[in-house]
Design a protein around this ligand. Structure first.
Ligand SMILES: Nc1ncnc2c1ncn2[C@@H]1O[C@H](COP(=O)(O)OS(=O)(=O)O)[C@@H](OP(=O)(O)O)[C@H]1O
Ligand SMILES: Nc1ncnc2c1ncn2[C@@H]1O[C@H](COP(=O)(O)OP(=O)(O)O)[C@@H](O)[C@H]1O
Length: 200
């Protein structure tokens, strides 16, 4: 069937939308364990960008796993499908001119590679929020680690399911060495040049 779908070329392109907004659009992908700091950092980075008039949107478990992906579990194949759908949504939002911040555990390397391919490389920044499982368990923001230790949650990343750390992330934030403000500033500093439109 899909062989018969012919792509229509619309006249307003991503580049036109970016010119109108006066900034580039791309995806920041935050990966790390539950409690590592993905949502905290994404939220504050978005706030700073928003204050500067940049069009932003955060994708996270609240708007994805409770909505479009509410049919998916934490089994490996469902996590893969979770990440694939999020990447497709993020790609549309980037095409529409937004700076998208996605905060998902995304524990499998091949799934994150797939995101990169869907976004066509240059529109993708991989940010590894590196916090040890010991520290995440100490924070236990949502009480999930306690439940996992008690056997009430199966497939808990870092406890009973794997986390494949990125080997070559664009940016690595080691939160145990930083304050929240420092973590946010590292991200803002890294993405600043990517926001600028290139002169023609
Ligand atoms: N088994 C298991 N493993 C990991 N995380 C779990 C699990 N069960 C529920 N949660 C909660 O769901 C959030 C992770 O969802 P994600 O969509 O980011 O996961 S994944 O990317 O598909 O692996 C994650 O959110 P964050 O804490 O914000 O990372 C958890 O709150
Ligand atoms: N440098 C840091 N960067 C981000 N979060 C930090 C940092 N130091 C401590 N934290 C704390 O860690 C917790 C991270 O929780 P959260 O952002 O919900 O993680 P995640 O979205 O990865 O599950 C928060 O309570 C936050 O205050």
């Amino acid at each position: 069937m899909s062989n018969h779908i012919i792509k229509h070329n619309y006249q307003v392109t991503k580049s036109d939308r970016n010119k109108l907004n006066n900034h580039n659009s791309f995806l920041m992908w935050f990966t790390g364990l539950s409690g590592s700091g993905k949502s905290t950092i994404a939220n504050l980075v978005e706030l700073e960008l928003h204050k500067k008039g940049i069009k932003t949107y955060v994708l996270d478990g609240d708007n994805i796993r409770k909505g479009i992906n509410k049919d998916l579990t934490f089994a490996p194949e469902d996590r893969t499908e979770n990440i694939r759908r999020i990447a497709e949504i993020a790609n549309l939002m980037v095409e529409a001119g937004n700076v998208v911040l996605a905060a998902f555990v995304s524990p499998y390397k091949k799934d994150r590679e797939n995101v990169k391919n869907i976004l066509k490389n240059s529109n993708f920044v991989e940010i590894y929020v590196n916090t040890s499982v010991e520290e995440c368990e100490k924070r236990d923001v949502k009480g999930l680690y306690k439940k996992a230790r008690a056997g009430e949650i199966k497939n808990m990343t870092g406890i009973s399911a794997p986390y494949e750390a990125p080997e070559n992330p664009d940016l690595e934030i080691i939160t145990e060495n930083l304050t929240i403000e420092q973590s946010v500033n590292e991200v803002l500093k890294y993405i600043q040049p990517k926001l600028q439109l290139k002169d023609e």
